[in-house]
Each structure stands twice: as structure tokens, then as C-alpha cells.
Design a binder for this molecule. Structure first.
Ligand SMILES: Nc1ncnc2c1ncn2[C@@H]1O[C@H](COP(=O)(O)OP(=O)(O)O)[C@@H](O)[C@H]1O
Ligand SMILES: [Mg+2]
Length: 395
């Protein structure tokens, strides 16, 4: 057998395996998530609604009895349950009589700039998509106007939000349309509403790779302009419509990630606390710094409001992980978020049915498992919300 035969063999095997995998994945998806299924946000118990709004349940109950605000649905057991839309309507109602402005609608006020958060690390599996999805959803449920952008051609964030990258986006529809060099479309044409109030999405798919291919070509032809500002410029078109933009970056330091980095006002580097991951992060940081130097040399302002490391898939009982965590905390101090995102089967199981933990019912899990995971996610996201508020000069 000569080398050519071997090459052909490998080709055939890989092709065959790819076809098997595609078929099996399709079968699985059809059973877990039928193509015509529309995603819906679950309803919230009165306790959960009260916690999201930051009021007492008894106060919510009083509003209901007084006939103020939306009428929650009543369960057969006469419990009140609220939709995300009900909660948003309650926010608007409560804000009208709030003691301080922004008590219930925490978003931008006059003079506050749009927060653009890039979630990055070139290590796949470091929790970028999980972090982006839970952050975007939590902020939306808390009353911020959020735009989530899937900048990863693998499109996991897109799939999580019920858009099928290969089926629903055949005529374009990703951010690439708005940042391409030849006749870019207005960014508004690629923004979709989601099933969660306050949360819009720009989906992704393989077409985003075009930006990686086209940028060197445009640079060579001298018509790329300041290519790294294309995301920022596209976002400027919808600046007044949002409080926070969350960008789920691809797992490499290409032109897409560079553009996200140049647009970002806040940078979140996800890091799974294991030695191999930390070693590759060292390269990531050095390459990022080199790239930012290059961009800054062209006169661009590369200052950010904040940058933080987030520990992901953290297992507190794991000795080696704890040593890595201690090492990172001693080196980077308060640049490491206090709250880690704990590893939890509740989070990975929810992911299997293309849901975040905010979308699944608590009853689907052992209570302690669910509570531990959701408390960890809320702590992470609320710490980030605090950074946002601080940037706007509030506590
Ligand atoms: N906190 C967590 N607990 C358990 N599984 C997690 C957690 N965070 C992420 N995962 C799982 O790890 C895998 C990789 O996470 P993902 O967010 O997709 O990483 P990335 O976007 O960086 O590639 C996914 O299958 C996800 O469900
Ligand atoms: Mg991802």
C-alpha cells in the first residue's frame, strides 16, 4: 500500500464517520428537540419572581390582590406563577413608584455608555458559551436590555436559543452580514427577538468564517479600513436600544475575536482551573497583548472598563484544582471574580436539551443539585452586574 492509498482510505473513513455522526445527531435532535418546537421560557414561582424583582413575596401578593399589574396564572393548588413577561411588566410598574430611579429597571440612564462584554479564551470547553448564555439570560430577567451575539462559527449559543444554525440560517443572518467588506447590511437585519423578554440574539454559523478569510484579502487590497472596528461600528447602529451586549467569542484569536476585543468595554476570560488550561491561557494572554499592541499602534483606543477572570467548571473538592485556584488568586488578586462557576450535572444536563439552567424546571433535578448550581450562576452573574453598575458610577 503506498501513501496515496492510505490517504484515500483515511478520506473515506473520515467521510463515512462524518455521515454516520450527522445522521445520528439528526435522529437525536429530532427526538430531543423537534424542528418545529418553539422554545419557551418556563414560568416562575411567586418566590422566584419576587427574588428577581427584589421585593417580598407578600408585596407581590398584595399587588395581585389589589389588581395591580399583570395577573399571574394560578396553579390548581392556587399558587401564583409568573411569566417572564409578567415580571417585566411588574418591573415597569414598580419603577414608577420606586424610591430611587433604577431600583427596578437597572439599565442605562442618560450619559451611561453601552456595555459590551466579550467572553473569551482560545481554549474550547473553557465554558465561554455556558457563561455567555447564563449571563445574557440572567441580565435580561433582571431587567437589562440585552443583545447576545454568537461570534463562534460552531454556533452553540445559537442552538441554545432554539435557532438551528444549519437550517434556520440558509440565507445568511449572522453578524457576518453586518461586518462584511462588500455591501454590509444594517445590523438590525440580523437581530432576532428571543422567547425571553429583553433578550435579542444575533445568531452565528459557519458563515462567520468568511470574515477570517476575507479580512487578509481586504487588507491586501487596502480596503479593510480599521477592520478591527467593524463589530464596534456595527453595534453603534443599535447603541440606544440596549444596555448590555454579550459576545460569545470563537475559541481562537482570529480576526473575529480581535474585532470583539476592540469593541468590548468589559472582557471576561473564562478559565477552567486545571494546569493544562492555565498553561494554554498563558499563551492566550501573551498573544492577546501582542495583538492589542498592534491595534493600539494604529491609534485605536484599547482601554477597557474592566477585565476579569472567571473560574469555570470548578470542583471545590478537587485538590489539584484548588491549588490552581489559589495560584491564580494570589497572582491576579481581585481580577479573578470572587464567585466561581461550579461544575454541576444540572448545567451539563440542561445543555443536553439545549437549555440553560434558567430555563429548566427545578423539579427536573434533585433540589440540592439545582440550588447549588443556580446559586453559583447567580453569584457569578450578579458580580458582573455589579461591575456594570460601577462603570455607570452606581453601586
Ligand atoms: N459549570 C458547568 N458544569 C457542568 N458542565 C459544564 C459547566 N460549564 C460548561 N459545561 C459543559 O462543558 C462543555 C463545554 O462548555 P462550553 O460552555 O460549551 O465551553 P466553550 O464555549 O468555551 O467551548 C459543555 O458541554 C457544557 O455543557
Ligand atoms: Mg462555545
Amino acid at each position: 500500500m503506498d501513501a496515496t492509498d492510505q490517504h484515500e482510505d483515511l478520506n473515506a473513513v473520515i467521510r463515512q464517520h462524518s455521515e454516520w455522526l450527522a445522521t445520528q445527531l439528526h435522529v437525536q435532535r429530532e427526538s430531543l428537540f423537534p424542528p418545529d418546537a418553539k422554545k419557551e421560557m418556563r414560568k416562575f414561582t411567586s418566590g422566584e419572581a419576587a427574588a428577581l424583582l427584589g421585593v417580598n413575596d407578600s408585596y407581590l401578593r398584595k399587588l395581585h390582590l389589589d389588581g395591580k399589574g399583570p395577573s399571574p396564572e394560578l396553579t390548581p393548588g392556587n399558587r401564583r406563577i409568573y411569566s417572564a413577561q409578567d415580571i417585566q411588566e411588574l418591573r415597569v410598574l414598580l419603577e414608577k413608584t420606586a424610591r430611587r430611579p433604577g431600583d427596578y429597571l437597572p439599565g442605562r440612564r442618560e450619559g451611561d455608555h453601552l456595555q459590551i462584554i466579550g467572553v473569551m479564551n482560545f481554549k474550547g470547553g473553557s465554558g465561554k458559551t455556558t457563561t455567555s448564555a447564563h449571563l445574557a439570560q440572567r441580565l435580561a430577567l433582571k431587567g437589562y436590555r440585552v443583545l447576545a451575539i454568537d461570534l463562534d462559527p460552531q454556533a452553540s449559543l445559537t442552538a441554545l436559543h432554539g435557532v438551528q444554525p444549519e437550517l434556520d440560517l440558509q440565507e445568511g443572518g449572522t453578524l457576518y452580514d453586518a461586518i462584511r467588506y462588500d455591501s454590509p447590511a444594517p445590523i438590525s437585519t440580523v437581530i432576532r427577538k428571543t422567547y425571553i423578554p429583553n433578550l435579542d440574539l444575533i445568531p452565528g454559523n459557519l458563515e462567520l468564517m468568511e470574515f477570517e478569510h476575507e479580512t487578509p484579502r481586504a487588507l491586501a487590497q487596502g480596503n479593510a479600513g480599521l477592520f478591527f472596528f467593524r463589530v464596534k461600528e456595527a453595534l453603534a447602529q443599535v447603541d440606544p436600544d440596549y444596555d448590555v451586549v454579550v459576545i460569545d467569542c470563537p475559541p481562537q484569536l482570529g480576526f473575529l475575536t480581535m474585532s470583539a476585543l476592540s469593541a468590548a468595554t468589559g472582557v471576561l476570560v473564562t478559565i477552567h482551573p486545571e494546569m493544562l488550561d492555565v498553561m494554554s491561557m498563558s499563551q492566550f494572554l501573551r498573544m492577546t497583548a501582542d495583538l492589542m499592541d498592534v491595534i493600539a499602534e494604529s491609534g485605536a483606543d484599547m482601554s477597557h472598563d474592566w477585565m476579569r477572570y472567571l473560574l469555570t467548571r470548578y470542583e471545590p473538592a478537587d485538590g489539584p484544582q484548588n491549588r490552581v485556584v489559589a495560584f491564580l488568586r494570589s497572582m491576579y488578586g481581585d481580577k479573578v471574580l470572587n464567585a466561581p462557576m461550579l461544575k454541576s450535572t444540572a448545567i451539563s444536563d440542561a445543555g443536553l436539551t439545549k437549555q440553560t439552567l434558567y430555563e429548566v424546571e427545578r423539579s427536573a433535578f434533585t433540589r440540592s443539585t439545582y440550588d447549588r448550581a443556580i446559586e453559583s450562576l447567580n453569584a457569578v452573574n450578579d458580580e458582573i452586574a455589579e461591575l456594570i453598575q460601577k462603570t455607570w458610577g452606581r453601586r
